[in-house]
Design a protein around this ligand. Sequence first.
Ligand code: ADP
Length: 360
Amino acid sequence: MATQFRRIGVLTSGGDSPGMNAALRAVTRAAIDKGVEVVGIYEGYKGLVHPQLKRFTDRDVSNILSRGGTILYSNRCLEFKEEEGMQKAIATCRENNIDGIVAIGGDGTFRGATDLSVRGIPTIGIPGTIDNDITSTEYSIGFDTAVNTAVEMIDRLRDTCESHARCNVVEIMGRNAGWISLEAGIAVGASAIILNEVEFDEDKTIAQIMKAKKNGKRNFIVCIAEGVPATVGDKLYSEKFAKRFEEKTGIETKFVRLAHVLRGGAPTMRDRLIAAQMGSEAVRLLLEGKSNLVVGMRDEKIISTEIGYALKLDRMYKGKITEEELASLTPEQISEMRAYCDKRTEDLRKMYSLVAELSH
Ligand code: ADP
């Protein structure tokens, strides 16, 4: 263990997700277990810029494992993105003997973690977002809970759809990523799923649905990922789709939006378990003297990735990587990243193909 670690800070930042408390508990207990003190930093990076700190004992994280939200609260702190705010945050760390930080959040949170790391406060990120949109990891804490909540909600909609021979068009949170819509949609037997990641043939889908209707099917669920309306440049895309669907099919169609309800609630077993593993790993890395890494999961194993690399991988997957960023990578890194992105796309498409195969 690097001897300079006497005290670490832990914060939750960006959009909250179920399991953040479980990760906070794991970080706190794992650090105390190694003889290191823990300070809870409230409201994300804001709690460093305008100090809101509390020394955490084992008991401060008792009975939070099963609670949704985050007891540290979260905030989007724009001041922290400016050099002046950043320097205030560094000064808070120095004045309070915070030797390292574990930051639980999404990609914005990890950019902040890099800023702290390069200014001498070693920081490790833990992915906490329901969207599962952090490319460097196959799993982010909160995703399983959000998908299960979506499934429960849509199952209820389906009950009433069946009684009344209706369709429900459900817009589902997930920012620009379609993972929640895809997995929840397949789990509820959706007739159609509309995502940014896969092209959608409306006429073909409607023809398939009409065929199923003729075949006696009474209930229809269509899932639309939250990011689709933004991509097509029409905020009302989902509502309009529901109307169009009703006109074209003659099936009575209701529109529902599953938004922040997916962000709350008690974390599932999977989210608790992964939070425990990732929290423990983040502390281990920090105490080993590592910095500027984000913990993740690949093939069900806990891994870690350098944050700069993780952010570039993310931009490559989203088709946003610049020539300048590519020039900073070795040919081996580029081909490894491309292969990983291709695999992720292939996995998503393979899962998507189940919709047409199984929904009639
Ligand atoms: P998420 O972590 O869920 O992606 P945000 O993008 O809102 O959420 O980021 C959370 C917080 O991380 C921001 O409010 C800000 O304090 C910090 N942050 C985001 N981007 C940067 C950046 N480029 N540099 C420094 N800090 C950042």
